[in-house]
Design a protein around this ligand. Structure first.
Ligand SMILES: Cc1ncc(COP(=O)(O)O)c(C=O)c1O
Length: 438
């Protein structure tokens, strides 16, 4: 194996993923295919956990599983002793199927239904991150009915605007999530729960945005939340024990992106908290974080088979692949950028500019607007990097395309983690027409 630029390549000039020839993976499992290199995921998870240990801080690192949810992926995260964030009955059910320790499951969402809360209570999960007053009411009603205790965090919007793309920002004041910290909603929520018999308030949560490359937003948010917790302690002698600062740590999709090491984000937020807590009677809380993208994003690569090419002289050359917005909506949804190579031509000379188009019936179904590649031919395999987060997780059956398979690789081993959908799967919920034509 040799490294050509930043990629591992074998003697045939084929891209290697987890030590395996990507062309062989494409042949074995078909395309489009999501390939996850587990060793990268483990490396990231351990970096977060070890930094907290080095800082001597009690912590939980929870995988924000909206980034990619499957039984096998949850089992990997459990092997790494992570906690798990779920945001729906579907993700919670997947976690239960994966045998995830319930005490390490946290349940998020801005409109959890009664049945979702009941499922969470039935399984006695570790914590519910309460988002609004309606949810407080529901939880009071259900815990009283069941005579059951539940741990909660209150999600607040600290009014911190992180450097990120508008569409994926959730920490600003104008957000559908959480109790506003500035206008008194968070104080009202605190009043409603802190003396409740069944609801056990652990502390506060916030999530200030996604794909963040700086620590300043996290530090400002940490400061605002800790100050609020100290104020409650001073006024009501109530000790919050958990500060959850969410996810949003950036990754390198293209050379333009400049993420920090996981350890940098963690160290800087810990320093802020330690400094604010020092010289007060308020006990240092546990710090929880919820990385999604930064755990699985760059571990994932999408393999596509190249098909049709359409040249429009002096305009652009469309190169179409056998997937598209149905397996990766991010470019169409918010102009996300990706890098790619022709996996069977890694060491060939770059010759042509292409636009990578998907096969969905939407003009906006482009995966990459502009990329320079060796001359492509039908049957070549395109490897698009960094697709591990919010790719498969957001996949749809638009145009009744079947969703891809997902494969895990690690140290030259491979296994199927999610089967490819079949045409039969496509129709399995459909029912024939039974009403007569008038
Ligand atoms: C509450 C919460 N936590 C964590 C995350 C994970 O964010 P990321 O994948 O950017 O780390 C999100 C993403 O939207 C979120 O809403």
């Amino acid at each position: 194996m040799v490294m050509i630029s930043k990629h591992a390549v074998n003697k045939k000039g084929h891209l290697l993923l987890g030590g395996i020839d990507s062309i062989e993976l494409a042949k074995t499992y078909g395309t489009p295919l999501f390939v996850y290199d587990l060793s990268l995921i483990r490396e990231r998870a351990r970096a977060f956990i070890n930094t907290f240990k080095e800082q001597n801080v009690q912590a939980q690192v929870a995988y924000a599983s909206k980034a990619f949810s499957s039984v096998a992926m949850y089992q990997v995260m459990n092997q790494e002793n992570l906690s798990l964030d779920v945001v729906s009955a579907g993700e919670l059910y997947t976690a239960l199927k994966a045998g995830y320790p319930v005490e390490r499951i946290h349940f998020h969402g801005n409109n959890k239904s009664k049945s979702e809360l009941l499922l969470a209570l039935e399984h006695n999960i570790g914590c519910i991150v309460v988002d609004n007053f309606y949810e407080i009411e529901l939880l009071k009603e259900l815990t009283t009915e069941l005579n059951q205790k539940v741990n909660i965090l209150l999600r607040v919007t600290p009014g911190v605007e992180a450097h990120t793309h508008d569409y994926i920002t959730t920490g600003q004041q104008d957000s559908k999530f959480g109790f506003d910290l500035l206008n008194g909603q968070a104080d009202r929520a605190f009043q409603e729960v802190y003396q409740d018999e069944n609801i056990q308030l652990l502390g506060l949560h916030c999530h200030i945005g996604s794909q963040i490359f700086e620590t300043v937003g996290f530090k400002v948010a940490a400061e605002k939340l800790i100050k609020k917790m100290i104020a409650w302690y001073n006024e009501f002698t109530f000790q919050c024990t958990v500060l959850n600062l969410g996810g949003g740590f950036g990754i390198k999709y293209t050379d333009e992106d400049t993420p920090l090491e996981p350890s940098v984000y963690v160290k800087e937020m810990v320093i802020v908290v330690k400094n604010l807590v020092a010289n007060t009677d308020f006990a240092m809380p546990e710090i929880w974080i919820e990385p999604g993208r930064s755990l699985v994003g760059d571990a994932g690569t999408s393999l596509y088979t190249i098909g049709a090419e359409k040249e429009i002289p002096n305009v652009r050359n469309y190169l179409a692949v056998d997937g598209g917005m149905s397996d990766n909506i991010r470019p169409a949804l918010y102009g996300a950028l990706y890098d790619a190579v022709i996996a069977n031509k890694i060491d060939e000379k770059i010759e042509k500019e292409y636009t990578i188009a998907g096969k969905c019936c939407e003009s906006g179904d482009k995966l990459i607007d502009h990329i320079s590649l060796p001359k492509a031919e039908a049957g070549d395999i395109l490897a698009m990097f960094c697709t591990g987060a919010y790719g498969y997780a957001m996949a749809s059956n638009y145009n009744r395309l079947t969703r891809p398979a997902v494969v895990f690789v690690e140290h030259a081993n491979h296994q199927l983690a999610v089967k490819r959908e079949t045409l039969e799967d496509i129709v399995h919920l459909d029912l024939p027409l039974t009403m007569e034509k008038e």
